[in-house]
Design a protein around this ligand. Structure first.
Ligand code: BTN
Length: 326
């Protein structure tokens, strides 16, 4: 498995398919400066990625619904943060955007965004797999350096969850909540997840890779065995992923800088407002042990407070599920 950069020819081919009802192989070839055989190869590639394209002997090719691929220029256009030192690396396919940034050797402390159209081995929390079909969702990792020791960064997960939620609010989604530590839910169905990995430490600086998977235009996924939704499923229309990425990067960058300066305290009220588990009876699995209790919220380090009946106990990690009433 290799990292494959987005090819400009593929990007242009998709634009032509979007702009035309039917387009002949000849015409597309002329527009792109490639042979008919090369056009056919591109169409086959897209079909293999799962994109629905009709073929007709006389008329050519037709895409059944529009597809907007990732474009750095479009993302940059809608950024309101300082982007001078912000690097982008966009790929057509790769094993995992988190793995890429974790392995990349970089000595400068500028933030880097890595996103792709398809992940072959998308990783979820707790060793799970993250479904990452071509062109449908956002698979994005952000390499960020804190000028702090990692011990000062408890609560980072929660701040990231809040940023994802606010970006989704920005495109009009309603009834959004965060399930501790950072799963974002819409109408009680999971819409986004975050996987944070620590990169390296030097001179008391901490590099983190913040990986975000956001279900955007996906409408079917048999492999997912939990209640899930996507932006398109909720809004009834496709969403431009470039626009949503800009919104998210604006929120995330502003929040990371604020968190570095002021800590989690300034996010507590927002957390309280978005807390999916507060007041719920849950089961928390931590290091193969199960803990039952009622969620009392979080403490100032972002740990989940669980009232087990005997005591209120803080948990820094764990997998939670709401207990069904019998
Ligand atoms: C979860 O289990 O809820 C976390 C999912 C995180 C998925 C994202 S997609 C981009 C980044 N690259 C990965 O391999 N995983 C994260």
């Amino acid at each position: 498995m290799k990292n494959k950069p987005i090819s400009n020819t593929l990007l242009q081919a998709v634009k032509h398919l979007n702009a035309n009802d039917w387009i002949s192989g000849d015409h597309m070839g002329q527009q792109l400066g490639i042979s008919r055989a090369a056009v056919w190869k591109l169409i086959t590639l897209l079909k293999n990625y799962g994109i629905k394209i009709d073929s007709h002997k006389a008329k050519g090719y037709r895409m059944t619904s529009p597809l907007y691929l990732l474009e750095e220029e479009k993302i940059r256009e809608a950024l309101t943060i300082n982007q001078e030192n912000l690097h982008f690396e966009l790929f057509e396919s790769m094993p995992s955007t988190n793995d890429y940034l974790m392995q990349k050797s970089t000595f400068d402390s500028n933030p880097t965004v890595c996103a792709c159209e398809l992940q072959e081995m998308g990783k979820g929390r707790l060793g799970r797999t993250w479904q990452s079909p071509f062109g449908q969702n956002i698979y994005l990792s952000y390499l960020w350096t804190f000028q702090q020791d990692f011990s000062a960064l408890m609560g980072l997960s929660l701040v990231v969850g809040i940023s994802v939620l606010k970006a989704l609010e920005g495109i009009g989604l309603k009834d959004l909540k965060i399930k501790w530590p950072n799963d974002v839910y819409c109408h009680a169905k999971k819409i986004a997840g975050v996987l944070i990995e620590i990169r390296a430490e030097s001179n008391s600086a901490t590099r983190v890779v913040i990986g975000t998977g956001l279900n955007v235009n996906m409408l079917e996924a048999e492999e997912i065995n939990q209640n899930w939704t996507s932006c398109q499923a909720e809004l009834g229309n496709p969403v431009d992923r470039n626009e949503l990425i800009s919104l998210y990067l604006n929120e995330l960058t502003t929040s990371l800088a604020k968190f570095e300066k002021e800590g989690l305290t300034v996010f507590m009220d927002e957390w309280d407002q978005f807390d999916f588990l507060k007041g719920q009876q849950i089961v928390l699995e931590n290091q193969k042990q199960l803990y039952h209790g009622q969620v009392m919220g979080i403490n100032e380090s972002g740990a989940l407070l669980l009232n087990t009946g005997e005591t209120v106990r803080p948990f820094n990690a764990g997998d939670t599920s709401i207990q069904k009433r019998s």
